[in-house]
Design a protein around this ligand. Structure first.
Ligand code: PLP
Length: 396
């Protein structure tokens, strides 16, 4: 008999994944080119050719016993040296390999961080709307999510509510900027204010409150925005990074967790995190792609397609009457539904073979999420459907 927790999770599966499967069925029925699947954050732009070439070179030239063998649970030393150097050059820091753990994507990084710090009943704050998987990651370690309601005018941080809801049980706060699903980027002034609040609350409660910065979209920015480096603002910071989006490698499951060396009890945190990576069953991050990404520092996929898709959609959807906060980064937008029932609206979009995800999946009811990491042709061909949908709801 399966556990009660898993029974619940299996019966209430991911709406995004369900839609992804539905998209595949619709594609088989109507032809792939006639389905406009904006459901999943699966990059459509290919990884740079250097990635493929580097993988081939490594497979041909590296000693197979080392390349395919176990290594230290935290990852290869030379890989972590190379990534520390690249972070130092980017952020003027002085990290070394001891602050970095190679992980199975950002999901692996977040689970390692949460396993390292959570006791049952500990609270983790989440600024809504947010990536729904956070609930599952927190529940993996019997933590309790505390949800902060959104500032709907710009999806900025709701610091007042955070302050109100902080309690001696608050152990962590997960931040995601550039944000999935809204495309918001939190500015330095808000992050400074948040850091001050956290320091004050740490003093008041007499224990650390960890900031877990989830940054898979760090490089995907539309315009002249800065994505501040959180360890500069707050000592007790973890940074979870992933190459899933910036290098279009989601299936390779590669990322890292940076643990700020200024973190309280740094030595015990890093050794606990290393054990967590092992006993969660990851053991270590995938070997070949550790080596590949360490040779690709500073490289990203072509971001041009995201910029063009974003601009096309913002312009067209606004002209059809959809209301939205224009995304500053990541490859998502979060427009308002014309009716309160976001599930009904997303269901109605299927009439035009448009797959979009209800905002309630992200604790943002009344909105829908559109992942525009698709081809430019898909975006252009979908517009007629979005326009008809707007007419159905008398938006134009
Ligand atoms: N965090 C956010 C905000 C995401 O959007 C995603 C994936 O879409 C992840 C984490 C997980 O990323 P990864 O594929 O690197 O595990």
């Amino acid at each position: 008999m399966i556990s009660q927790k898993m029974r619940y999770l299996a019966e209430n599966g991911s709406a995004i994944r369900a839609m992804f499967e539905e998209g595949k069925e619709m594609a088989a029925l109507y032809g792939k080119e006639n389905v406009y699947d904006f459901s999943l954050g699966n990059p459509n732009t290919p990884a740079p050719d250097l990635i493929r070439q580097t993988a081939i070179d490594l497979l041909e030239k590296m000693d197979p016993i080392s390349l395919h063998g176990y290594m230290s649970n935290v990852g290869y030393e030379d890989v972590r040296d190379a990534l520390a150097l690249s972070l130092n050059q980017r952020f003027g820091a002085s990290y070394d390999r001891n602050s970095l753990i190679m992980t199975v994507g950002a999901a692996g990084a977040l689970n390692v961080a949460l396993k390292t710090i959570l006791d049952p009943g500990d609270e983790v704050m989440l600024q809504a709307p947010y990536f729904g998987e956070y609930n599952n990651y927190i529940s993996n370690f019997d933590g309790v999510p505390v949800i902060i309601s959104p500032h709907e005018e710009d999806f900025s941080l709701n610091l007042a509510e955070m302050e109100e809801k902080m309690s001696p049980k608050t152990k962590a706060l997960i931040l995601n900027s550039p944000n999935n699903p809204t495309g918001a980027i939190y500015p330095a002034k808000d992050l400074k204010a948040l850091a001050e609040l956290l320091v004050q609350k740490e003093k008041e409660f007499g224990h650390a409150i960890y900031l877990i910065s989830d940054e898979p979209y760090r490089e995907i920015i539309f315009g002249d925005y800065e994505v501040p480096w959180l360890p500069d603002f707050y000592d007790n910071t973890f940074v979870g990074y992933s190459y899933s989006k910036s290098l279009s490698l989601p299936g390779e499951r590669i990322g890292y967790l940076l643990i700020n060396p200024r973190m309280e009890d740094f030595g015990s945190v890093i050794s606990a995190a290393s054990v967590a990576n092992r006993i969660l069953g990851f053991v270590n991050a995938p070997s070949l792609f550790q080596q590949v990404v360490s040779r690709a520092a500073g490289l990203t996929s072509d971001m041009g397609v995201y910029v063009r898709n974003r601009n096309t959609l913002v312009k067209a959807l606004s002209s059809y009457g959809y209301q939205m906060v224009e995304p500053k980064g990541a490859f998502y937008m979060f427009p308002k539904c014309p009716i309160p029932d976001d599930k009904e609206f997303c269901q109605a979009a299927k009439k035009y073979r448009i797959l979009i995800v209800p905002g309630s999946t992200f604790r943002g009811p009344g909105y829908f999420r559109l992942a525009f990491c698709v081809s430019e042709k898909t975006v252009k061909d979908s517009l007629e459907g979005f326009e008809k949908l707007a007419r159905d709801y008398a938006m134009i």
